[in-house]
Ligand binder design. Structure first.
Ligand SMILES: *[C@@H]1O[C@H](CO)[C@@H](O)[C@H](O)[C@H]1NC(C)=O
Ligand SMILES: *[C@@H]1O[C@H](CO)[C@@H](O)[C@H](O)[C@H]1NC(C)=O
Ligand SMILES: *[C@@H]1O[C@H](CO)[C@@H](O)[C@H](O)[C@H]1NC(C)=O
Length: 223
């Protein structure tokens, strides 16, 4: 039985493997090499999976282009505040703070943007924000006065009389802010931040509550 085993080993010895057999404790070196290759293949596969994971993570975080939010943040004060509930009429200049919230990993550069204010669908004022940018994951705050003047088309408007008598002037503001998000200086994408805010001016308080029609998070910052 032992003789037979030795017999089968002879061809390997002829190939010069017998010396290696002695060095590797009798394990077949071809088997060793195969195991080594398998180990390397596993390392490479693990690396590729890891790298893919990093790329996917990167794509869904840093490289993700998010649409910035543009909203009315608050009304600080009124420079002019002339409201006549019975006539009816209103004429006010409110110092308004707008916010451009940019959650991208890069700046959002926007162009001149006009914000229009409406009372029940009738335009009552507008203002323009000069082109600028909201930095990397930051909210750009812009203070601009807005003149709200009752247009003659609303003279003797029954809704307006009743709203002013109730002490609340409901307003909406809309805007399209066109700009470009820039990530790592070279990746650029156009993005438009749409504003659609609703707010109420409390006439006795000369203040306003702000809420958003389309996105409750958008215009709900405190007054
Ligand atoms: C943006 O507004 C400023 C000042 O109102 C004006 O000088 C400039 O030409 C405007 N830019 C564009 C691109 O309209
Ligand atoms: C306006 O604000 C005052 C003070 O907070 C409050 O008492 C009043 O109820 C408000 N008016 C309306 C119509 O909500
Ligand atoms: C703003 O929101 C109101 C209420 O949800 C909706 O009726 C209106 O169409 C919206 N306007 C824009 C321009 O999205």
């Amino acid at each position: 039985m032992a003789d037979k085993n030795q017999q089968t080993y002879h061809p390997a010895a002829a190939n010069g493997y017998s010396r290696n057999d002695a060095e590797t404790g009798g394990v077949d070196p071809r088997e060793l090499r195969r195991q080594k290759q398998k180990k390397w293949a596993l390392y490479i596969i693990a690396f590729v999976i890891f790298q893919t994971g990093i790329i996917v993570l990167f794509t869904f975080t840093v490289m993700k282009f998010r649409t910035p939010k543009f909203r009315v943040r608050n009304f600080r004060s009124f420079d002019t505040f002339d409201v006549q509930p019975t006539t009816p009429s209103f004429n006010m200049r409110m110092n308004t703070q707008f916010g451009v919230r940019n959650t991208n990993f890069g700046p959002f550069k926007y162009g001149n943007t006009t914000v229009t204010f409406y009372y029940r669908g009738t335009e009552v004022g507008s203002t323009t924000l000069r082109k600028s940018k909201a930095n990397f994951r930051a909210t750009k705050k812009v203070n601009v006065p807005v003149d709200l003047v009752m247009p003659t088309t609303l003279a003797s408007n029954a809704d307006l009389i009743s709203d002013l008598n109730s002490g609340i002037l409901p307003l909406t503001s809309q805007a399209k802010m066109n700009g470009k998000v820039e990530i790592m200086f070279i990746f650029k994408k156009k993005r438009t931040a749409n504003m659609n805010c609703t707010m109420e001016i409390n006439i006795s308080l000369k203040a306003s509550r702000i809420s958003s029609a389309s996105d409750t998070r958008m215009c709900l910052d405190k007054i």
